[in-house]
Design a protein around this ligand. Structure first.
Ligand SMILES: [Zn+2]
Length: 308
């Protein structure tokens, strides 16, 4: 079984203001590192645009209309203090969702055992009715609901190792026990949510990490909180909200992981996907703002996915 990679040139055309950390060069750095011969076995596919009706799986119609209306004809507009949109942002966001949904199709239909989606904008901060934190729509949440509606998945686990808490994903599934949301993240840090005490319908597992946490405590959190929760839940699909901003080089946070930690965490989730989910694993790029840290981490992550 192969590992599939979805990308699309439009992901480079979602523009942010000069100096903004969430920038097109992030994807160029990923493309460059995955160009290496060691990734020649990757099944590279151009991402399709989503059926826009699937956005409604996680967001109400009036919010979707509001985002659409905010897309400018030229230039860059602010959606909130750190979230912006340019003329191609709608197509980029819809194509990110299309890639995630197609990845779900791939793992359920047996075209790939696992898939990495290298897309932007990211999604995990987008709440039901709020675009924020560089995110317009919650791609991971839509993909989880898509798996439930199109492939009769009963239980979907979303594991979010981005250094920021995925407040949006937590918001969307707060009272939905059919989706398990597990997050490791630095606390205190933007967006401020993600305390251990936030448990939703018993389906939210937050493992906050203190600033300057390194490999050992991160792996402890995975082994003691995340993995047992997955075992108890026995998901039909595992989705990773794969942000790489917990890397020690990242300028936006103070967690000190290395690419070896992402390799390790990927292996742990693949093992759980094998145990519970028929190996079905879909990984979606979220954050990661140091280009070298991001590239090395993605290489470790995708390299591990390819080992099967
Ligand atoms: Zn992040």
């Amino acid at each position: 079984m192969t590992t599939r990679l979805y990308t699309h040139p439009v992901f480079l055309e979602h523009l942010t203001p000069p100096g903004h950390p969430e920038r097109p060069d992030r994807l160029r750095a990923i493309e460059r590192v995955l160009d290496d011969d060691s990734f020649s076995a990757l099944d590279r596919v151009k991402a399709p645009e989503a059926d826009e009706a699937t956005i409604l799986y996680a967001h109400p119609q009036d919010f979707v209309a509001r985002v659409r209306a905010a897309i400018p004809e030229s230039g860059i507009v602010s959606i909130d203090a750190d979230t912006s949109a340019s003329p191609k942002s709608w197509q980029a966001a819809v194509t990110a969702i299309g890639a995630a949904n197609a990845a779900v199709d791939d793992v359920f239909d047996g075209r790939a055992s696992n898939v990495f989606v290298a897309a932007r904008p990211p999604g995990h901060h987008a709440e039901k009715t709020t675009a924020m934190g560089f995110c317009l729509f919650n791609t991971a949440a839509i993909a989880a609901r898509y798996a439930q509606k199109k492939h009769q998945a009963e239980r979907v686990a979303i594991v979010d190792w981005d250094v920021h808490h995925g407040n949006g994903t937590q918001d969307i599934f707060w009272d939905d026990p059919s989706v398990l949301y597990c997050s490791t993240h630095q606390m205190p840090l933007y967006p401020g949510t993600g305390a251990k005490s936030e448990t939703g319908a018993g389906n939210i597992v937050n493992a906050p990490l203190a600033p300057r946490t390194g490999s050992e405590l991160f792996r402890d959190a995975f082994l003691s909180r995340v993995l047992p929760s997955i075992d108890a839940f026995a998901p039909d699909l595992i989705i990773i909200s794969a942000g790489f901003d917990a890397h020690h080089r990242d300028p936006l946070a103070e967690i000190n992981l290395t690419e070896d930690d992402f390799d390790w965490a990927t292996g742990q989730l693949m093992e759980r996907a094998g145990r519970h989910s028929g190996n079905r694993l879909v990984s979606l790029l979220e954050g990661g703002y140091d280009l070298q840290g991001l590239a090395f981490s993605v290489a470790a992550h995708v390299g591990r996915l390819m080992k099967g």
